[in-house]
Design a protein around this ligand. Structure first.
Ligand SMILES: C[S@@+](CC[C@H](N)C(=O)[O-])C[C@H]1O[C@@H](n2cnc3c(N)ncnc32)[C@H](O)[C@@H]1O
Length: 282
């Protein structure tokens, strides 16, 4: 069910550092691999431990928006190391949880880390988000935490429409460009930028709210809520720059710093927001 090997390059470095039991990487990224959320960004210390807590907070903001209730059937697409599933497994009972990822190494690690409790069940499926080998209408909630920019979004939305039962919801977090910046961002095409490609892989940051609304409409969904949490994520950048301190490959540090600065600039000048979006079956 996987047509193309798309392993985002940042995971190679993470696996290397986790294999060496690097304390900072373990504290920051052993569960979640996404931006952090600080309720009060002025209180961020940007230590690895602070970042790990902020990453858990972001996952909770997405899950609370869904919202999740005991007994639900939930698929987390692009599940990474299973951090979102682990968080749900800790906090709810009677859930049927499925994690989907294109990278089998991540699924292997997730299956080791997340053991079902509270009467929950957990299954992992190796698949591309564009073609998920699971039956029709078998989920109440589809989650996608900070990963849809890697997906073929129209095919992922088609799969979501097929997988969701009546009244089901899709909740995701994504980098969302403002409408007024679209023309400029389409022109500079960040996805073709060398530093972005080497650091973050194939990404598509071109889906504004109006583009999401069109996409949803074409796939039997309606955008019900968008929560702009850009300000709450900004300390992420300070942490990411500091996280390269021990990297030995200066070329990778240079590319990663350049790519991250582009994203930070886009966020700080309000061209690219960080949003949580909730769609319901229409
Ligand atoms: C930024 S990480 C987020 C991981 C996880 N959702 C989290 O929040 O910790 C992006 C994830 O998307 C996965 N991914 C990328 N392309 C994919 C695809 N086409 N189908 C399924 N998963 C994909 C990556 O392997 C990675 O786990």
């Amino acid at each position: 069910m996987v047509d193309k090997p798309v392993n985002p390059p940042y995971f190679d470095g993470l696996f290397e550092r986790l294999a060496k039991h690097d304390a900072s990487t373990v504290a920051a990224f052993s569960r979640h691999v996404h931006w952090g959320y600080w309720k009060d960004p002025s209180q961020a210390t940007c230590s690895p431990e602070d970042y790990g807590t902020a990453a858990e907070n972001l996952c909770r903001v997405v899950c609370d928006a869904a919202p999740i209730r005991d007994g639900m059937r939930i698929v987390d697409v692009g599940c990474g190391f299973g951090g979102t599933l682990a968080s749900l497994n800790d906090r709810y009972s009677g859930l049927q949880l499925v994690g989907v990822n294109i990278d089998p190494r991540q699924l292997e690690r997730a299956a080791e880390l997340v053991r079902p409790k509270h009467g929950n069940s957990i299954e992992f499926v190796h698949a591309d988000a564009a073609r998920i080998p699971l039956p029709d209408k078998c989920f109440d909630v589809v989650l996608a935490v900070e990963c849809v920019f890697h997906f073929d979004r129209p095919r992922f939305f088609a799969e979501t429409e097929r997988l969701l039962d009546q009244g089901g919801t899709l909740t995701l977090s994504d980098f969302v460009p403002s409408e007024r910046s679209l023309e400029y961002l389409d022109k500079i095409d960040l996805s073709a930028n060398e530093a972005i490609r080497w650091s973050y892989g194939e990404i598509d940051l071109s889906y504004s709210i109006s583009r999401y609304q069109e996409l949803a409409k074409a796939h039997g969904l309606v955008l019900r809520e968008s929560i702009d949490i850009t300000e709450n994520t900004l300390p992420t950048y300070e942490f990411l720059y500091a996280s390269t301190a021990d990297w030995t490959d200066t070329w990778h540090v240079e590319l990663f710093t350049r790519a991250t600065r582009l994203l930070e600039k886009g966020s700080r000048n309000k061209m690219i927001g960080y949003e949580v979006l909730r769609f319901v079956c229409s």
